[in-house]
Design a protein around this ligand. Structure first.
Ligand code: EPU
Length: 342
């Protein structure tokens, strides 16, 4: 069923109250195929929405929004210590992580509590606490909008990078991801697994939990506790997680900036490049916890922009641009948004 002038307020975690000219939900690939045909015949622009946790709507959408509700998780193959799990794109990502933990399948426990759907995970190569989805990615299935054909993408076809993939670049809006298959370690048949606990506060958090033995559950709980302590719950305060990407800059430029700002933190990136936490840069510019009208930078994590209620997308976007300008003026570093702005 296609709805007209539908409010997207409940469909995006920023809570932006904009309308989609047309809106429909699809629960099967067949329904999706039918909707794509209607949209093409009517010359409507198509926007696929999963959990709506990485978008900022600044205006009404004039085409059709299709909400992905494809469901189902299945083990498709087991071999030696590995298991391949295929999840439909409309499954909630965190529920999928919980499924993997319950079944003793390892690899995505560090990605606990990331909002959004399975289908969005390869799109921007979600990552947290030292793990990215590309590390466990096997393949995905997607429908090409132009032809209606199903295509399989292996990891090498996806051009994964830091919060990047081919689906944010040259194939943007050209495919609808329908399922994702991950290759996980089956801890029911092996005990050899290297837990990733070196990132940030995980060790401290595990100690606090008095988790004497490492387990998928313990690591997941640690990640959940850290996220809950820093990141606002969209149910209480509209947001889309990190608004900006952490900039990757040349080592020589970094060294120069460090002369003036000796405390600037960094992580190694590719050769001759370093990654700088944008949250630190934004905080140094005095934005952390600063409120501008109905929006601003969050008090516990400067990288997150929030909606204090009734904020307009354009207001958040203006605040984002002001933050970008401050960082550019103070450090000569240009930071770019991680969220998709419409
Ligand atoms: N920092 C500050 N002030 C702040 C925030 C951060 O100084 O207000 C500095 C601190 O030096 C801190 C460092 O930044 O040690 C890193 O902070 P944090 O561990 O919170 O991570 P992040 O780099 O700010 C990234 C991801 C998050 C992910 C965390 C943990 C991006 C854009 N963001 O944030 O992902 O949860 O690492 O791995 O890469 C998201 O993408 O939506 C997201 C929440």
């Amino acid at each position: 069923m296609i709805l007209e002038n539908y409010s997207l307020k409940q469909c995006n975690t920023f809570g932006m109250d904009v309308n989609a000219k047309h809106f429909a939900v699809f629960k099967s690939k067949r329904e999706l195929g039918d909707l794509i045909r209607v949209a093409k015949d009517s010359h409507w622009e198509i926007l696929i929405l999963g959990g709506g946790s990485n978008v900022l709507f600044t205006q009404d959408f004039n085409g059709i929004v299709l909400q992905n509700k494809l469901q189902g998780i299945e083990v498709v193959k087991k071999e030696n210590e590995w298991v391949w799990v295929k999840a439909a794109a409309g499954e909630n990502w965190h529920q999928f992580v919980l499924y993997s933990i319950e079944n003793n399948f390892a690899g995505i426990e560090n990605l606990s509590l990331i909002p959004g759907c399975v289908g969005a995970s390869p799109m921007q190569n979600i990552g947290a606490y030292g793990v990215e989805v590309k590390d466990v990615f096997e393949e995905l299935e997607a429908i090409e909008i132009a032809t209606g054909e199903t295509k399989i993408f292996k990891g090498s076809d996806c051009n994964f990078g830091y919060r990047e993939s081919v689906f944010k670049q040259e194939l943007k809006n050209k495919f609808v991801i329908t399922s994702v298959t991950l290759k996980l370690k089956n801890l029911n048949v092996t005990e050899h697994y290297h837990f990733k606990t070196t990132y940030g506060d995980i060790q401290t958090q595990l100690a606090e939990q008095q988790a004497n033995e490492l387990s998928l559950r313990a690591v997941s709980n640690a990640v959940i506790a850290i996220r809950q302590s820093k990141l606002p719950d969209p149910k209480d305060l509209g947001n889309a997680g990190s608004f900006f990407k952490n900039p990757v800059i040349e080592q020589v430029l970094f060294d120069k900036i460090k002369e003036q700002f000796p405390l600037i933190p960094s992580y190694p990136a590719t050769e001759n490049f370093v990654k700088v936490p944008a949250g630190w840069l934004i905080e140094q510019c005095g934005w952390k916890g600063k409120r501008v009208g109905n929006t601003g930078s969050h008090a516990r994590q400067a990288l997150v922009l929030v909606n204090y209620g009734n904020a307009k997308g354009s207001e958040v976007w203006q605040c984002a641009k002001d933050i970008q300008q401050s960082v550019l003026e103070k450090f000569g570093i240009s930071i770019s948004p991680e969220v998709n702005v419409y």
